[in-house]
Design a protein around this ligand. Structure first.
Ligand SMILES: [Zn+2]
Length: 250
């Protein structure tokens, strides 16, 4: 559990509980929970309790973050770290929930020193060292993406500096093998898009290697058999990193 001592962990689990009906309601909307099996589901639920004790939710634009929303978001956020531990989400506490997509002001200086400003419409954002920001509408209703897993994958990627599509790898993992698998998949994906081909993954994955990592992480948990079939080398690296084999859960 990293810094969370067994004693503290046990005390937190004794003090904070999730009502069974509330958990059932949240889990019903999340296919991956049903695939876990009872023992792993119990471990996920415990992790969610610890996550909720540590992180702070805040509603923006007048939305009230209900217990059901907190549990649903937490369950999705905790799935990727089920075998890693909560320590992987260290260094920040806030989760800001907007009712729908939200606008952020961007500014960038170009090489001629001219400042360009524009608005971006986002379903989620992960700030380095800061909060995760989510659109509840996207988190609850968008069947094509999992914005929660996406943004929390960015958080993992940011643990070793600027997001670059390579989170801190475990001892025994091979950085060269990771880089080879991801570079080949990313370049092939960008190439297919450029040639106007339909892509199975969200085209947004072509924006940057860090976006590719976040998008394939979503797919790894949402549609594992398909990503294993299409990108076997990437699947293998993700399996080693997340220490899970979701395609084997059936
Ligand atoms: Zn992203």
């Amino acid at each position: 559990m990293g810094w969370l001592s067994d004693w503290r962990r046990k005390r937190l689990l004794d003090r904070h509980r999730i009502d069974g009906a509330l958990w059932q309601r949240a889990a019903r909307g999340l296919g991956f929970v049903r695939a876990l099996g009872p023992a792993d589901e119990k471990r996920l639920k415990d992790l969610v309790i610890l996550f909720l004790a540590q992180k702070q939710f805040e509603g923006a634009h007048g939305i009230k973050v209900s217990d059901a929303m907190r549990v649903s978001i937490a369950a999705q956020a905790c799935l990727p770290i089920l075998e890693l531990g909560l320590d992987w989400y260290r260094g920040w506490t806030g989760i800001v929930v907007y009712p729908g997509d939200f606008r952020v002001r961007r500014a960038e200086m170009d090489e001629n020193g001219v400042l360009h400003e524009w608005d971006d419409e986002l379903a989620g954002e992960a700030m380095p060292g800061g909060p995760v920001v989510l659109s509840w509408d996207a988190a609850a209703h968008d069947p094509w993406m999992n914005v929660v897993i996406h943004e929390f994958a960015h958080k993992l990627d940011m643990l070793n500096g600027a997001p670059n599509g390579m989170p801190p790898l475990h001892a025994g993992m091979d950085r060269a093998a990771w880089a080879a698998a991801f570079t080949q998949a990313y370049e092939g994906f960008c190439d297919a898009l450029e040639r106007g081909k339909e892509t199975w993954l969200d085209p947004y994955a072509a924006e940057h290697p860090s976006e590719f990592f976040a998008v394939v992480s979503e797919a790894f948990f949402r549609d594992p058999a398909e990503i294993r079939r299409r990108y076997p080398d990437v699947y293998d690296q993700l399996r080693l990193f997340y220490r899970q084999d979701p395609a084997a859960r059936g």
